[in-house]
Design a protein around this ligand. Structure first.
Ligand SMILES: Cc1cc2nc3c(=O)[nH]c(=O)nc-3n(C[C@H](O)[C@H](O)[C@H](O)COP(=O)(O)OP(=O)(O)OC[C@H]3O[C@@H](n4cnc5c(N)ncnc54)[C@H](O)[C@@H]3O)c2cc1C
Length: 381
């Protein structure tokens, strides 16, 4: 390829595609390079939730809000299905209810609403009555099918924005204006590297400085329940301590004490129950997590047992059958985002945490604005 691109993006997951989109919108000539022939990373393994409720207070929450706006614009322009679903956080424990109430009283609770148990069941008839104490309703969450979204988004970027894709191409090293790849050199004025959990190939010495580790997440897919209808994402209070927007509130301490008395073997792995229904009515449910630099490949069945016990406490689905199991890996760090600048025209961008994709579009907008300034669409050509 002899073209000199304005931008080469290394890594074609959600983070890489978001950067490609932000630059293409400015009229830049963009190439995306990924070593996999088709995406297999964290971006296709998740819930597909653009999540606000539980993002870290402050900049992460604001980025998720801005990402929501951009995602809706993409859906509008491309026709890719992104549904405004919302999320119900169901309290099964008094301490979880207290934490939901405290959350709702913060600025992050804007637009959210506390529901009594009866109101929660009215809104979500699939909920079992017995143990529900109340719920926090959020209208903010968007949902897309993660298995289809990245491929459809990439296709649309190619068709509508002339973004080029080099798939099955491994990038060995990156220099200012030049990339050394398994398909030969690629010339680009600027390069953004979004390598996901790959920590050793590019800028390994700089990445090491951030003391990143990995989290292996186990997920399940349930057969379509004949009766179960989940128009929203639904989580129980079991997983709130894994969400910084909840866990950083003082009332989280009471829930932590409660959970440690309930399930002594919780940490590690830690467990949450979050369920989203897919258009074929199967239900994606997660998750149990193990954080380690190189998480073991073998997943104990205890995590799955905890997830399903909690699911059964919320929903009465006698015919529930697990039809798929998989794991995914996301990065863990002491910060939600890493933006490094190995050179004037080079950026290394890594999102961390279990809902990192939810901030990706806003991050990309900032990174691209920093690299290119505010150029109007088409002005670069
Ligand atoms: C089970 C699970 C569920 C999740 N659910 C959600 C959710 O519902 N909502 C949410 O917001 N977040 C969720 N997350 C987090 C989210 O998936 C990640 O934050 C996000 O996908 C990271 O995107 P990425 O593009 O950085 O990484 P990836 O999707 O891993 O993409 C990185 C890409 O870079 C490529 N690459 C790396 N090095 C090279 C190289 N040298 N040359 C060429 N290519 C290279 C890889 O092949 C890969 O395709 C979830 C994570 C997991 C594990």
């Amino acid at each position: 390829m002899t073209t000199t691109f304005d931008l080469a993006v290394v890594g074609g997951g959600i983070a890489g595609l978001a950067h490609a989109h932000a630059a293409a919108r400015l009229g830049k000539r963009v190439v995306v390079i990924d070593r996999e022939p088709q995406l297999t990373g964290a971006s296709v393994r998740g819930y597909g939730l653009n999540l606000l409720t539980g993002q870290q207070r402050g900049i992460s929450w604001q980025r998720a809000r801005r990402s929501r706006e951009i995602l809706l614009e993409i859906a509008h322009d491309s026709g890719i299905a992104v549904e405004p679903r919302g999320m119900m956080t169901v309290a099964l424990r008094p301490e979880g209810l207290g934490l939901c109430e405290s959350f709702q009283a913060t600025e992050m609770g804007e637009g959210c609403q506390m529901l009594t148990a009866a109101a929660a069941r009215k809104r979500l008839p699939a909920l079992k009555g017995d143990d529900v104490l109340g719920a926090l309703w959020s209208p903010h969450e968007l949902r897309y099918d993660p298995r289809a979204f990245a491929a459809a988004f990439a296709r649309w970027l190619g068709e509508a924005h002339k973004v080029q894709f080099m798939r099955g191409v491994h990038v060995r090293s990156v220099f200012p204006s030049r990339i050394d790849s398994s398909a030969g050199p690629v010339r680009a004025e600027t390069v953004i590297v979004c390598p996901g959990e790959e920590l050793l190939t590019l800028f390994a010495h700089r990445i090491a400085h951030y003391r990143l580790t990995r989290c292996r997440v186990q997920m399940l897919r349930l057969a379509p329940g004949t009766r179960l209808r989940l128009p929203y994402a639904v989580q129980s209070d079991l997983g709130l301590l894994a969400c910084p927007g909840f866990a950083d509130l003082p009332e989280a301490r009471d829930l932590a004490v409660r959970l440690s008395s309930e399930r002594h073997e919780l940490a590690p792995p830690t467990v949450r129950m979050l369920a989203v229904q897919n258009t074929d009515r199967t239900v994606t449910v997660g998750d149990s997590r193990l954080t380690a630099p190189a998480p073991d490949a073998f997943v104990p069945s205890t995590g799955e047992g905890h997830i399903l016990d909690e699911f059964d406490q919320l929903f009465d689905v006698p015919e529930r059958t697990v039809i798929e199991r998989w794991t995914g890996v996301h990065l863990v760090a002491d910060r939600p985002l890493i933006i490094d600048q190995p050179g004037g025209s080079l950026r290394l961008v890594m999102v961390t945490g279990s809902f990192g994709a939810s901030a990706a579009f806003a991050i990309a907008e900032d990174v691209v604005a920093d690299l290119f300034g505010s150029v109007t669409a088409g002005a670069a050509r």
